[in-house]
Design a protein around this ligand. Structure first.
Ligand code: GDD
Length: 409
């Protein structure tokens, strides 16, 4: 049997995702019309003999209660949210629920970061892991050498796929193969985490009886039950025939900023074209608007037949899209109103916002630039004939003059 665990973090983690994470936990922000964490959950559903999916985080219980009950019913697989009382790190969080996870007596534990966007080739990884042996297999991808330092960099044996060297976000270039935050482990991972924790406790004890701390200040700060998967577990286990890599040739991105969520929404829409084409809007449906490329429109949303929508547009529940409006590369959240002849390009429009007649909300479309995507927080009003370019507007603002390259607080 297999148990899947998705690390969802907590409110102090998704800060680069503001202002969108002010309203909703980042893992529940919709990409291609589904909460971010739905995508890895759907991927877990394809694992043979899956017993259970746990989401581990330090958000309040109630923030995930409705989501886990509805997704459990929908997919007919038990999904539970487990709350840490405080952050224990990516491995410490997993370890704190080891007894519960082991109740199903799993042979393997699939561990996923919630803020990555990929095709999650989990059945293939499991198969590869069975042939490699060892305690874990890590999904890796080749990225450009310039971007590799934002991730864990990996050196593996090209023949055996053994992980030989691991460094987390190094300052000098090590490798263009990086850690995707998707893992298969055997339950021995708990022994490895326990080992780090015990080592920390011993050091703390030593510190109390000697002046060890003064000599080795780097060991001072972390509590014994705070364990990071990357630095504390993967790095020391490299080169010990315990960890292996599985390289994906498919898409992979990390979702730390609103701009990246727009890009990833597009990647998932493209995936739907093959996996679930019924979820995509088509121009000859009942809505009759002109649809270009991959577009998701929630069934409760009203789109005027003269609107032009797409490519890469995702529109959530109860939005109203007016006559003659044009939407390109954007996420429109619940209860938004886009009035007649308004244009939205490279933007995310927050819940209950309203875009006036003949207004334009747009950006350059560079997903990595801070202001490459225009973001409107919740309940922002853009009045008629106002232009908003490359800007971030915090919730509850009304714009009656045009703005460019601004962050409106
Ligand atoms: N429950 C819980 N508790 N989750 C946590 C905690 C914690 O204390 N700390 C982090 N997480 C979750 C985050 O929400 C995220 O899903 C995942 O664990 C990893 O987060 P970080 O530890 O902040 O690392 P990162 O996202 O900067 O980088 C990691 O992922 C990259 C791939 O996206 C590293 O493993 C990199 O090497 C890797 O390339």
């Amino acid at each position: 049997r297999v148990v899947a665990v998705i690390m969802v973090g907590g409110p102090t983690k998704g800060t680069r995702f503001r202002p969108l994470s002010l309203n909703i936990p980042k893992p529940l922000f919709p990409l291609a019309g589904q909460p971010m964490v739905n995508h890895p959950i759907s991927a877990c559903k394809r694992i043979p003999n899956l017993a259970q999916i746990y989401l581990i985080g330090f958000y309040e219980e109630r923030e995930f209660a409705l989501f886990v009950s509805s997704i459990s019913n929908e997919l007919r697989v038990p999904v539970r949210y487990l709350r840490e009382d405080r952050p224990h790190g990516s491995a410490g969080g997993l370890y704190s629920f080891r007894d519960l996870i082991m109740e199903d007596n799993p042979s393997h534990i699939v561990l996923l970061n919630c803020d990555v966007c990929c095709s999650f080739p989990l059945p293939d990884m499991l198969e590869a892991h069975r042939t490699y042996g060892g305690i874990g297999t890590i999904l890796v991808i080749k990225v450009s050498p310039e971007s590799a330092n934002q991730f864990g960099e990996i050196v593996a044996d090209p023949v055996t796929n053994e992980l030989l060297h691991y460094t987390e976000k190094p300052e000098t270039f090590v490798s263009d193969r990086i850690n995707c935050g998707v893992y298969i482990f055997t339950p021995d991972i708990f022994t490895a985490i326990q080992g780090v924790s015990t080592q920390r406790k011993d050091r703390a004890l030593l510190r109390r009886v000697t002046s060890f701390e003064a000599l080795q200040p780097e060991h001072r700060s972390l509590p014994s039950d705070f364990v990071r998967l990357d630095q504390d577990i993967l790095s020391p286990l490299a080169g010990k025939r315990q960890l292996y890599v599985y390289e994906t040739m498919d898409f992979w991105e990390q979702i730390k900023t609103p701009g990246m969520s727009l890009k990833c929404s597009g990647l998932y829409l493209t995936q739907f074209r093959f996996s679930s084409p019924h979820l995509l809007a088509s121009g000859d449906g009942t809505k009759k608007a002109t649809i270009t490329g991959n577009v998701y429109i929630h069934p409760s949303t009203k789109v005027h037949p003269t609107a032009k929508v797409g490519p890469n547009v995702s529109i959530s529940a109860n939005a109203r899209i007016g006559a003659g409006s044009r939407l390109v590369n954007c996420i429109i959240l619940d209860d938004v109103e886009i009035k007649e002849n308004a244009v939205v390009i490279h933007a995310i429009i927050g819940w209950k916002s309203s875009i006036g007649r003949w207004s334009r909300v747009q950006a350059s479309g560079d997903h990595n630039a801070k202001l490459g995507v225009t973001i409107l927080g919740e309940s922002v009003t853009v009045e008629d004939e106002v232009v908003v370019i490359n800007s971030i507007i915090l919730p509850n603002k009304t714009l009656n003059v045009s703005v460019q390259e601004e962050i409106i607080l």
